[in-house]
Design a binder for this molecule. Structure first.
Ligand code: BTN
Length: 261
C-alpha cells in the first residue's frame, strides 16, 4: 500500500464505522475522482463513498473548465452520499453549505481562514485555493473538492499561476493532506447524519465569509451581464440577493456567476 493511502486509511478509520459507514476508494492516479465514485458501487450501495486520487489526469471544474492539481501534492476528492435527506437535487443551499463545510475543515486542520466567492470558490484575497463541483451520479449526490495544498503556484500552468495560491504558500510549510480530508469528510458526514440541521447557520457563515457583501460586482445572470451591489444571502433559498443600478433586486442561484469586482 502506498504511504498516502495508508496514512489516509488510518486518518479516516473512525468514519468507516457506525454511525458513518463510509467506504474509501483510493487510486494513485485516476481521470477524475468524480468518475472514481462509481468504483465504490461495486460492493453495493454504501451510504457514503469517499473517493481520493493522489493524482488526477482529467480534473473537471465548473462551467466545463479544466481543474489542475499537482500529482502527489494537492487534494482531489469526491464525496458521494446515498440516499440523502434532501434527495439529489443540486440546490443553491447545498452548494453554499459545501463551501462552508470545506472552509471549516481547512480552519480545523491547518488554521487557515478562507473567504468564499459565489457560489463555492475558496479564496484568500483575490487568489483561489480550492473549488467545489456538485453533481448527480447513479442517484448519489456527489461533491467533488479540489484544494491546492502542498504545491507551489509555479507548478501550475501559466494561465492559472497568477490566480491561485496554496496552503504551503500561505503557511510556509507542508501539511498533512490526510488530516484535511478527514476533517472535510467528517464535516459532510455529520451534516448528512444531522439531516442538515445546521443549514441555516451554514448559510449565515457563508455570508460572513463572503468577500464582497456590500460591494459592486459584475454578475452574469440568465445569460445577461449586469453591474450590481451584493446585498445579502436569502436565508430560505441560499440565493445571492443583489441590487442593480436602478434599484431592482436580482437574485443569483447556483448556476449564475460573478464575473469580476
Ligand atoms: C471549480 O472551482 O471549478 C470546481 C473544481 C472542482 C475540482 C474537483 S477535484 C476533485 C473532483 N474531481 C474533478 O474532476 N473535479 C472535482
Amino acid at each position: 500500500m502506498e504511504n498516502f493511502e495508508k496514512r489516509l486509511r488510518d486518518a479516516l478509520a473512525e468514519l468507516f464505522l457506525p454511525p458513518y459507514g463510509a467506504v474509501l476508494v483510493y487510486r494513485e492516479s485516476f481521470t477524475s475522482t468524480n468518475d472514481l465514485i462509481l468504483e465504490g458501487l461495486s460492493g453495493g450501495k454504501p451510504p457514503a463513498i469517499i473517493a481520493v486520487a493522489n493524482s488526477q489526469t482529467r480534473g473537471r471544474g465548473r462551467q466545463e473548465h479544466r481543474w489542475f492539481s499537482v500529482a502527489g501534492k494537492d487534494i482531489t476528492t469526491s464525496l458521494g452520499f446515498y440516499p440523502t435527506n434532501f434527495g439529489i437535487a443540486i440546490t443553491t443551499r447545498y452548494a453554499l453549505a459545501c463551501a462552508v463545510l470545506v472552509a471549516r475543515a481547512l480552519q480545523n486542520a491547518c488554521g487557515i481562514s478562507v473567504e468564499l466567492k459565489w457560489p463555492n470558490d475558496l479564496v484568500i484575497g483575490q487568489k483561489k485555493i480550492g473549488g467545489i463541483l456538485v453533481l448527480n451520479l447513479h442517484r448519489y449526490l456527489v461533491t467533488g473538492i479540489g484544494i491546492n495544498v502542498n504545491s507551489s503556484p509555479e507548478e501550475f500552468p501559466e494561465e492559472v499561476r497568477e490566480k491561485i495560491t496554496t496552503v504551503k504558500q500561505l503557511l510556509g510549510h507542508e501539511v498533512d493532506r490526510a488530516c484535511i480530508i478527514y476533517h472535510i469528510a467528517k464535516n459532510f458526514l455529520d451534516y448528512f447524519l444531522s439531516k442538515g440541521a445546521e443549514e441555516e447557520a451554514l448559510l449565515m457563515e457563508w455570508a460572513s465569509r463572503c468577500r464582497y457583501l456590500g460591494k459592486k460586482q459584475r454578475i452574469l445572470v440568465g445569460g445577461e451581464v449586469v453591474d450590481a451591489i451584493v446585498r445579502d444571502i436569502d436565508r430560505q433559498t441560499g440565493e445571492l440577493v443583489c441590487e442593480d443600478e436602478k434599484g431592482n433586486t436580482i437574485t443569483l442561484s447556483v448556476v449564475d456567476s460573478i464575473l469580476a469586482e
